[in-house]
Design a protein around this ligand. Sequence first.
Ligand code: MOS
Length: 688
Amino acid sequence: MTELDPRAIGAPLERTDGRAKVTGTAAYAFEQPVADPLYVHPVQSTIARGRIRHVDTDTAADLEGVVAVLTHLNAPGLAEHDPELHVLQSPEIAFRGQPVAAVLAETPEIARHAAGLVRVDYEQEEHDVVLRADHPQLYAPEVVNPSFPTDTAEGDPEASAEVEVDHEYSTPMEHNNPMEPHATVAVWAGGHLTLHDSTQGVHKARSRLAPVLGLPEERIRVVSPHVGGGFGSKGTAHAHNVLAALAARVAGGRAVKLALTRQQMFDLVGHRTPTIQRVRLGADRDGRLSVVVHDVVEHTSKVQEFAEQTAVSTRTVYAAPNRRTSHRLAPLDVPVPFWMRAPGEAPGMFATEVAMDELAEACGLDPIELRLRNEPATDPSSGLPYSARNLAECLRAGAVRFGWEERDPRPASRWDGDWLVGLGVAAATYPRYYSPGSVAVIRFQGGRYLVRIGAADIGTGTRTALAQIAADALGCGFRDVLLELGDTDLPTATVEGGSSGLASWGATVVAAAERFRAEFGDDPADGAETSAETPEDPAGGTVATHSFGAHFAEARVNALTGEVRVPRMLGVFSVGRVVNPRTARSQLIGGMVMGLSAALHEHSVLDPRFGHVVNRDFAQYHVAAHADVADVEAFWLDEHDPHAGPSGGRGIGEIGIVGSPAAIANAVHHATGVRIRDLPITPDVLIR
Ligand code: MOS
């Protein structure tokens, strides 16, 4: 073993796959080398509701290079009805953009051109794609994602208070735009299906697809060595996976490649629901909260429910004797919504944390002081003690770093030429999820430890950080660990979701390492091997485990144009132990940039006449780019949370986007005196 190896946890190691990625040799899903592939391109519905009356595929099929045109009339059947995955099985149309046919051809260009030649006649029905707070079909789901109660109530939520703020907030429909579009390469051979897929969980993708395709799981292999981002959208299988599998069925043994276009991603891989949120806060004149009400209206698709958990963080962040949270869904003719980085917490904490800023103003209190006065001793949602609730420390440390004390509390008091300048703050919280159900196998081979687990590295650096955890647990050097992930041929692993990956897989790897050392010592023979399952949750229902953070933002608003610039963002986080500071910082500032993007730019504009998102590319759906991002800094407290698992960390993937949009909205208010309660904050609104 190499003496000079860095010893693992806490070291800011570079990604082990960094060189392969920047030199272009890391093979992503679409680039997996398969011999002589065919290409598939979907044809999408141009109506939002109704049914197909007639499909004319003749012109497309006659084109040279076209191998097949699949429609609901000739596509292979599916075994189980999974609404989102029910592709080419019936003439019914549930949303605009639904796949109604698919062309299989020798090149992607021919497939795409031929797809444009397929003629579909529809029997169109009236559709409904508009979310309204008074939508007549509003209903309460059984639970909200993943399994939180839909509503909560304590005391008298209608109670009055000395100081009250009561407003409506809204956040728009948004779409995940990972750098790598969703892609699948499907190969049938000897009754087995292999999918080279861009996914956040190979085993989860397989377990959802197997019943739909009517195959036992052993006959499906999902491989996903490199993933160019997902943010949640790759956290399950979607229709394009089924389309690729169906196309591969008729491809005569040839591989089939399907890469969604950027535009198709606005229909087929989920989205964040728009929300309409009412937040009512009541307090005494000293700012002590007595009422916290958070009522949410959001949408789902009519064919399959997804209920975003928008108000859940409000349940844990502030206590009050009188509280209520609720979620109501409007079923619409839209695609099925799904995860987008911090589903629920991100849009929900925007409303709560802007409302807290409004309450601070109403009480004549500094917004940090208001939050400090409302720090609960135990978790207000469960009543349990926290493993660590260090929000106050994040706020205090951030205030010092950001220069908060120089802030003049009066809004619209600082000018720099034509620009108004303001500072804002907001709190963040995100639950620590621990996912049982993974298995890790460790084998000593050729002088190195081979660690095998079907986990995912979606660009976060898990491949590196998980190997650091393994090296630490095995007591070996980092370079003595060879980690394999991203393949259902590896031991089963949970999906990368809810910022749960590194802590949950890490606990599994540590359990396997401890067993390995107990069985074989530190000088194992070649071929020594053992495995372990994810241990029980060390928090075990005795403590509440949440991460916290404090966001600070400076906003400059041009008084003539309404343009907003954000020259400085700072986040101070309490996330437990950080395994790799380099990759962790990248996650935290990435989340903050996504928060900046939500605050100022992202908005999927749904045309009510036709039911589709109009701004469906990077030219029109603006994701914060280099020119939008200035000084973004993330720090974290020095912690080790033993209740979080052996690595001591509570997860870092999502908390950066929680609260950061509110900090910016609060900074815009401080700069201008104008309170914006609807995202995104665009120049036209500020000028009005
Ligand atoms: Mo994350 S939105 O839970 O993949």
